[in-house]
Design a binder for this molecule. Structure first.
Ligand SMILES: Cc1ncc(COP(=O)(O)O)c(C=O)c1O
Length: 398
């Protein structure tokens, strides 16, 4: 049986492939430091787990409303209104199984063949996958190290045209850890306000930052009605396996997402939604502690990487990824990532897995213990040292 043609255009996430390869090595007795997967290594805070257990005991085990339970939508609306300084109500909230469906459903609802989508490159691979899957045209917006992995506004201005239907933003960003400066977000809002475009603002890392807080484009005048704000529980509350996220969007798009949800999932799991209320209304101390620990690891891991000849790593401003420039090693990213996994047991991702502008970089997730991160630095250093006779190391260049 032949698959539908559109399946030839859908992509995947290489983090899951590398995890499988790393696990295969472990099955053969090898020790691997896992720096490939994008999830906090912390347990879900216990009061959230308790809320889910209680919900199960109370019988929250049946279908719920497609859009999400009103009480959770109220809680999300007030949380987002408070954290972003905007005013949204429960009618603007779609609760879905994870952050990803807020990429999948709104894009499915909005894009037609020929529509253009401007998206960050390097960026979360699902954006480009979905753009291609839907027959729309991917228009990459290069993120450059010189601009702390923000984008070039002049270039963006050039890329906008009447066919541009959607602009995707992600701050704090995967894979670079970049946070778009507030003045750039404002300039972008000024550029888009009068245009007939929508913005997908992926804010899944909204609480994981180390300097100035990220600013949502939805806060600027006239932008709320043009914005699909994606956030969720996966990263902030270490709940990746619970599968729960949400989108804030205009009601006409909420209606479309409801239709896609009813055709696919019916609703998000009921007892997890009760836990979601506990997450947003309960103590935020575990989040603060997690971010403080990420900061400690970030500082030490990046300092370690910067001591390795041929590697240079700018200090990321958010998320839990170090995006290291490895051009000084003289090796292509994929080759080096493969070598680090196979020769010294450090699982990491080639920057090119996040788009063509990620070539020359490796993404390391520092959601692993301090000790393992230091071990990884030692191993990377040793691996590059052993290459030296055949490949002279150069200073990392741009
Ligand atoms: C930028 C970005 N958006 C969305 C997601 C998806 O999150 P979830 O696991 O909640 O679907 C991820 C997860 O890695 C991500 O990095």
């Amino acid at each position: 049986m032949k698959l539908a043609e559109r399946m030839s255009r859908i992509g995947v996430e290489s983090a899951f492939d590398v995890l499988v390869r790393a696990r295969a090595l472990e099955a053969k007795g090898r020790h691997v430091v896992h720096l490939e997967i994008g999830e906090p290594d912390f347990p879900t805070p216990s009061h959230i787990v308790e809320a889910a257990k209680k919900a199960l005991d109370e019988g929250w085990t049946h279908y719920g409303p497609t859009q999400g339970f009103p009480e959770l939508r109220e809680t999300v609306a007030s949380y987002v209104s408070r954290t972003r300084g905007i005013n949204v109500g429960p009618e603007h909230v779609s609760v879905v199984p994870g952050g990803k469906p807020i990429i999948f459903f709104p894009m499915l609802a909005l894009l037609e063949p020929g529509d253009e989508v401007i998206y960050p490159n390097p960026g979360f691979p699902i954006y480009e996958s979905m753009i291609r899957f839907l027959g729309a045209k991917p228009v990459p917006m290069p993120l450059v190290e010189d601009r702390s992995f923000s984008f070039d506004l002049d270039l963006l201005r050039e890329k906008l045209n009447d066919r541009t239907k959607l602009v995707i933003l992600n701050s704090p960003q995967n894979p670079t850890g970049g946070v778009i400066p507030a003045e750039d977000v404002r300039a972008l809002a000024d550029l888009l306000r009068e245009r007939d475009v929508m913005v997908l603002s992926d804010e899944i890392y909204s609480r994981i930052y180390y300097g100035a807080p990220p600013v949502s484009i939805a806060t600027f005048p006239g932008m709320l009605e043009k914005t699909i704000l994606l956030d969720g529980f996966s990263k902030t509350y270490a709940m990746t396996g619970w599968r729960m996220g949400y989108g804030i969007m205009p009601e006409w798009l909420v209606d479309a997402v409801n239709k896609l949800m009813v055709n696919s999932n019916s609703c998000t799991a009921s007892f997890t939604q009760r836990a979601g209320i506990a997450a947003l209304t309960g103590s935020q101390d575990p989040v603060d502690r997690m971010v403080a620990e990420f900061r400690r690891r970030r500082d030490a891991f990046c300092a370690g990487l910067n001591r390795i000849p041929g590697v240079r790593c700018a200090l990321p401003s958010g998320a839990f990824y170090a995006f290291a420039n490895i051009t000084g090693t003289g090796m292509p990213s994929k080759e080096l990532a493969d070598l680090l996994l196979e020769e010294v047991g450090v699982a990491c991702l080639s920057g090119a897995a996040f788009g063509e502008y990620g070539e020359g970089y490796i993404r390391f997730s520092y959601a692993n213990s301090f000790e393992n991160l230091m071990l990884a630095v030692e191993r990377i250093s040793a691996a590059l040292q052993s290459l030296r006779p055949s490949r002279p190391l150069r200073a990392a260049h741009h």
